[in-house]
Write a protein that binds this ligand. Sequence first.
Ligand code: NAD
Length: 343
Amino acid sequence: MSQFRKTPALTILVAGGAGFLGSHLCDTLLDSGHSVICVDNFLTGRLENISSLLGRPRFRLVEQDVCQPIALEGPVDRIVNMACAASPPRYQADPIHTTRTCVVGTLNLLELAVAKGARFLQASTSEVYGDPEQHPQHEDYVGHVNCTGPRACYDEGKRTAETLCFDYLRADRADVRVARIFNTYGPRMDPADGRIVSNLVMQALEKRPLTIFGDGQQSRSFCYVTDLVEGLLRLMEIDPNPRQPVNLGNPGEFTILELASLVRKMTGTRSTVTFLPLPQDDPRRRRPDITRAKTLLGWRPKVALRDGLLATIAYFADLDDSGAEPINAVTRPATDNTQNVPV
Ligand code: NAD
């Protein structure tokens, strides 16, 4: 568990708190003695993710779309903006709403931060680098994004959100921080939202063919959710404000074929592999340069892919057996310093 504790306890608004990452953040904050206000419209978030929190005295759920102005009574010390569908099929289902969420939603939350004098942490994404021509991706790289393609609602939406964040910071209106999150996985991923780790694991567990888009040689870096949450908390609390975006992700790089082979081995499935056409603008390579996070935050991921996958597979196996989401079934994997797993 994170060491993030502060006296006196803070009130922290987590927009998108019923989602995969947001719900883990809410857990950690509550366990560290803080009060949490979760604002979510349940577009992709799930009540099961926060059902164990609903009865807790310092947890409050506000069901609202962040595209609407947010009026809240009482103090708010921190705002974390995680509100936005993150998987391509989900954010492309209503691309205009995705752009609106990224832009208008972030604006509304920034205005709330100004009104409350709250510190603001933006969950940005490695997608701001687009299909990168620089490898690994350092924060100074300005990216290679197609602004008219089907991913643009998310990529450009998140880029504009960063623009807003840095303008509020430069204008001294709010203490804003920006995390660029790379692929993160773990328990509570939505098994049906089309992300690569959950897709492969569910297909393997259900003995269906594993689907790979393209030739599988494209690479990704996979960060386990507890590592990511720890990085977010460090960025939120570091003084002084770094005033620059910070990559958070695991620099271990795997091709999708390597990931599929690891999942096959670890689940013991005999599933075959089916290749499907690569979606438009799919990035070929992805790996964070985390020098800045290491230097500024003293942070680096600790959970090796194999250990994180063990916990994730166990979670999805429980789901598959029961047909329902197990409450509090988040398994904590062992941590070590290994970044790469031979497959
Ligand atoms: P998720 O889809 O599980 O969670 C997003 C949450 O935001 C959901 O609970 C959803 O209902 C809520 N939401 C969406 N639109 C909203 C709106 N207009 N108003 C209120 N709530 C809204 O996704 P996640 O993986 O937990 O991602 C959380 C954040 O982190 C996102 O902003 C995403 O862009 C960012 N991120 C995630 C990853 C990753 O690998 N998981 C990588 C990069 C960035």
